[in-house]
Every structure is written in structure tokens, then in C-alpha cells.
Ligand binder design. Structure first.
Ligand code: FES
Length: 199
């Protein structure tokens, strides 16, 4: 988080209760602000070293992920992933969105909460996971990775269930507006990046 924050001097006016309230981020903004360079930026007030004698309030410039339309709900067919790139078209940005056949998932959107999106890059050594989506019974996984067999559970935020990897598969955060599905952030670090917004 420290990489995202550009500190600026604070005037007396900014120490008002109103300004202080601006640091109350909602969940979506909190998730969106977990990146580096950005398409959107805004300013909030934050308290450093809260509760200590060194506590001080600063203005901080935060930058967020782009909001990118990646699909429509009506075009998604059960178990047929659609590919897209996010948050940019750079290195390791390949990802997919899939409707998992009425099986609810963490972070899922749509009426059945069964629409999810994930990176295609294995978190171990970047093995390509394209074409590895599988559904068996209630299981919905990505894998096995062709390099060292890692498999990720797409119902549970891409948690690793077998293989060499030790980090979950990055999940693309989704929002629905009407029939449109937007990517609005990423939970987890894309393989091969210092931060998700620097390709
Ligand atoms: S690169 Fe995927 S398990 Fe090693």
C-alpha cells in the first residue's frame, strides 16, 4: 500500500471533520486502490501512526484500477470461458471470465453468483492455464498447470488445491451494471509483476 500513496502537505483546513471523514473508504474503493499506476486517481486524508504520539494526518493521492467492460451476462454460456486482458494489454494480463453452471462462487456475480474471472497465469512459475478450466460435479477448477500440475479452486477465490504453487490464482473483481460485466480490480498479484498496474 505504501507504493500507492503520494504524501502531500496538509493545511489547517484539511484537518476538519469533513476532510477526516474522507478516509472512510468503502469496500469497492479499498479493493480498487490496491494497485500502482492507474487510470483513475483521487485524494483522501489518512492518519499515520494512529493512536501514538506521532499521529498525524496527511493528504494522500491514491490510484486505482481501470473499469473495463469485459463481457455481457447474456453472452456467457455455462462452462465456456471468454478471454480478455486486464488491467492492461501488457505482460501476463491474460485472463478469462466464465459462468460456472449455477455453482455459487466467492466473488461471483450474476443472479446465481456463478460468474467469476481469473488470471490465466499460474502463480508458481507462470505456466499457461488456458484451456484448463474444468467442471466435475460441484467442482470448478483451473488446472492442472502443464508445468508442475498446480490446480486452483475457482469457487473459493482461486485457492490452491494441489501442485507446486503456494499462492492463490489472482481473481479479477467484477461488477455488473445491467447486462454488462466490468472488471474493476484484481485480488492477488499477477505472476511476473512487481505490482498489477505496472506491466
Ligand atoms: S508453473 Fe504452474 S505449477 Fe509450476
Amino acid at each position: 500500500m505504501s507504493k500507492l500513496i503520494k504524501e502531500e502537505s496538509l493545511t489547517d483546513k484539511d484537518e476538519s471533520a469533513e476532510a477526516h471523514g474522507k478516509c472512510m473508504l468503502n469496500r469497492r474503493k479499498f479493493l480498487m486502490y490496491s494497485g500502482g499506476t492507474a487510470a483513475a486517481a483521487s485524494t483522501v486524508s489518512i492518519t499515520l501512526f494512529a493512536g501514538t504520539a506521532q499521529a498525524e494526518t496527511r493528504k494522500a493521492s491514491v490510484q486505482g484500477y481501470p473499469r473495463k467492460k469485459i463481457a455481457t451476462l447474456s453472452q456467457l454460456k455455462d462452462h465456456q470461458p471468454i478471454n480478455f486482458n486486464y488491467p492492461d494489454d501488457g505482460k501476463n494480463s491474460q485472463a478469462m471470465i466464465v459462468k460456472m453452471g449455477d455453482v455459487q462462487a466467492g466473488g461471483g456475480v450474476g443472479a446465481k453468483r456463478d460468474v467469476v474471472a481469473f488470471s490465466y497465469m499460474c502463480t508458481h512459475q507462470g505456466g499457461p492455464l488456458q484451456t484448463t478450466y474444468k467442471h466435475v460435479g460441484d467442482q470448478r477448477v483451473m488446472g492442472q498447470c502443464p508445468l508442475h500440475l498446480s490446480t486452483y479452486d475457482l469457487r473459493r477465490h482461486g485457492i490452491i488445491v494441489s501442485g507446486q504453487a503456494y499462492q492463490s490464482l489472482p481473481q479479477v473483481l467484477l461488477e455488473v451494471e445491467g447486462d454488462d460485466v466490468y472488471a474493476v480490480g484484481i485480488m492477488g498479484l499477477l505472476f511476473g509483476r512487481q505490482d498489477n498496474l505496472s506491466a
